[in-house]
Design a protein around this ligand. Sequence first.
Ligand SMILES: *Cc1c(COP(=O)(O)O)cnc(C)c1O
Length: 366
Amino acid sequence: MIPLCIPEVKGSEWEYIKDCLDTNWLSSVGSYVNKFEEDFAKYVKAKKAVVTMNGTAALELALRTLGIGKGDEVIVSSLTFISPVNTIKYVGAEPVFVDICKDTWVMDADKIEELITEKTKAILPVHIYGHPVDMDKIMELAKKYNLYVVEDATESLGSLYKGKATGTIGHIGCYSFNGNKLITTGAGGMLVTNNEKLGERAKYLSTQTKIVLENGAFYHEEIGYNFRMPNILAALGCAQLENIENYIEAKRDHAKLYNNLLKDVRGITLPTEKEGITNINWLYSIVVEDDYYLTRDELIIKLMESGVQSRPFFMAVHKMPPYRECKHGDMAVTNEVVEKGINLPSSVGLLYDDIRKICNIIKQVD
Ligand SMILES: *Cc1c(COP(=O)(O)O)cnc(C)c1O
């Protein structure tokens, strides 16, 4: 079986975790926690990074740090892993769904303005499957309407928007280090910001708003949260981050081969890379159009029968029971793309021969 996306462990992971065990620094304070935050901030070129126990916690922390809550609206796309939408609800705010672009599958910045109301407090771009949202337009709208921008850059870690790392363009950016992401800590997340004050507030909220008094007692001025990541997982993160450039190169290399092998297949639309963008293609994805000889779901079964794991695109969140009543714009593109998209195997360790095998199955008309 060729799996969809599995982690790569080739570096100092064992050594750093052993160091935690040998020195008894296992919990959420320790040198690897600080190092992972510093190294990650440096890597994406953000002023401040705050580790969290998972990507969902980073997103919730971002919204709480910005004071988004009851009565507020946050504009988000519907083709996304559900996590960012759930966090909008966790803080008591309401998601408002905007349609996506046909070629990049991320939120359509040109359809946002019509959804902005008095209640809108933030835009939450999710750079799905690796292609960045058109951030210049998002930041322009944010400025015009005085909105916050929280980027979910989980799937675009390694992608660049006009030379900048996704996640560092809005007010706050969030990442997940779940097992299937570009780098993993098993479970984990990160919040980054270029605003020192927001960074400090995020760290404070994520560590139970703990203030240590002179006599060592803990004082809490407001309600805090335990969103921390243990040192032992941060150690894993430090090791993974050391290899990130190799992982990015592998993913881009794989996408190039996929693109070459599939470019002339009738009815298959390939992923894009807009001008000024470097797309990591976190999950290499294609759209199965009506003139392909199989339906999307038939192709998924055919791949599975040949030992290839693939996955349909995320289902539209605005059609899930908890979100059916939420406001949204015209969702025609979302509704179409979610029915036709497929993620193909995208592990860093994928072999060229695997890609050839997968593409041969897609190309072969039975
Ligand atoms: C994986 C993922 C998350 C959630 O991360 P967890 O670490 O599993 O909480 C959030 N957003 C996107 C786009 C993701 O792909």
